[in-house]
Design a protein around this ligand. Sequence first.
Ligand code: XMP
Length: 534
Amino acid sequence: MNSPQSQDPIVSEQTNISADPLQNERVLVLDFGSQFAQLIARRVRDQNVYCEIVRHDIPAESVIARKPAAMIFSGGPSSVYDQGAPKCDPKLFELGIPILGICYGMQLTAQSLGGAVQACPAREYGRARLSISNMEKLFAGFPSEIDVWMSHGDQVQKLPEGFETLAGTTTCPHAAVKHHALPIYGIQFHPEVSHTALGGTLIHNFLYNVVGCQGRWHLSNFADQTISQMRQRIGSDRVICGLSGGVDSSVTAALLYKAIGPQLTCILIDNGLLRKDEQSAVIREFTDHFQADLRVVDAGDRFMSALSGIRDPQEKRRRIGHAFIECFKEESLKINGAKYLAQGTLYPDVIESGAAPDGPAATIKLHHNVGGLPEQLGFDLVEPLRDLFKDEVRKLGLELGLPEHLVWRHPFPGPGLAVRCLGEVTRAKLDVLREADEILITEIRNANLYRETSQAFVVLLESQSVGVMGDSRTYENAVAVRCVNTDDFMTADWSRLPYDLLALVSTRIINEVRGVNRVCYDISSKPPATIEWE
Ligand code: XMP
């Protein structure tokens, strides 16, 4: 998240953007440790309103100095009644600035103003049906019932004086509340995740109907601002950019090429963990659409020996991150030393690695190009997309002229097939995965469902099971097929693919991929599962 204390020139660029008088309509998101704080900010920016994330304990004086149009209190993992639970400056409630409390933010607001919060009899995670009883400003234009996404163990039991209920679910009577005179609202569900129906409309209603925003911020400013800031920062130094062929690194390279042209060298490291025929596909794509210098490094042996005997997912990620940096250092020497290393790191990578400066969010995974990097990097990092979400990056890619099929490629993680090969990674297991993955993607494309599915892949499990093939007993591996639908990869639901397609994929994998005799379909949403298995 964008802490106000951040020193990173790329991260702090939004502070400069907000200096533009056209964008002085600012919303502050107070982060109480939510995985979704940046997602809230992103939903606000979707409504063309500039938004910054700040720490939950920001003093009221600093809030006043920023002149926000509104504040949104995020969710968080704590219980408001826990000792040491994050609080806000109580004076914030007296400023007359509109407040929307979400989940923990609502509970804290209720508790601070004299209400009561308790553990709910039944914890609620996932979808819930919300009945709306008051359609005024916040729910203007809503039907009387919608599906919302809940993720909580506590709820407001007694409203503070002056509050009324706007909506509830069968297990959460006060799921949306407001003060009858002050512009203070609270909602127990998460409007920021794409699985809450009309979540964007609710945020729009808060910003435009309650706060009275005009909508003055636009993503198109971002490319120009970023290019000129990078040009200024890099000067005449050289930059190497790790290229994976995915949209993030491609957009990073495109921005950099516009900023510094021939000072940029792109490097594709084939770590032996890529999908089938991926190296040649990336080279073809690159030469068709980019003019920058490209070097390809065959580093499969190095990565395989780094991974030898390693089973722990975090350790795998750490070793892969280190091996990447070693490769980049060697390549940098060949071009007389690059000062900067550019990466297509996105905000979810930062937040889920627990790497956001001063951010209280928990570490979910060591993203290889954030938490998995060695301390002594030997490069300064350039990460122009560090504040953006995948869907924003895609929009930016199209604005920069990248072709649709590249912009809409499914993401592929930097640690590659290593995190889809549970337990120790071996060449034999990788071969199984490559074949199975190729079948899945081919059949999804044949069914014209590639674009509708956000990400699809196969995971090689560590469990064997008994089967019967051609009258003989088999005892072979199971694979899991994971297909998800999501906009931003922060939350996701499993794809409801047609049974016939799943049947075809299963039959083909079992018949054609040696060593696999069972195919399972992963029907977990994120949260509580993540998209990748490791
Ligand atoms: P998770 O598994 O955290 O994944 O729900 C969210 C998205 O991020 C991708 N992912 C990664 N991408 N390096 C990457 O470049 C990584 O270390 C990494 N880990 C996860 C994942 O494929 C999904 O699209």
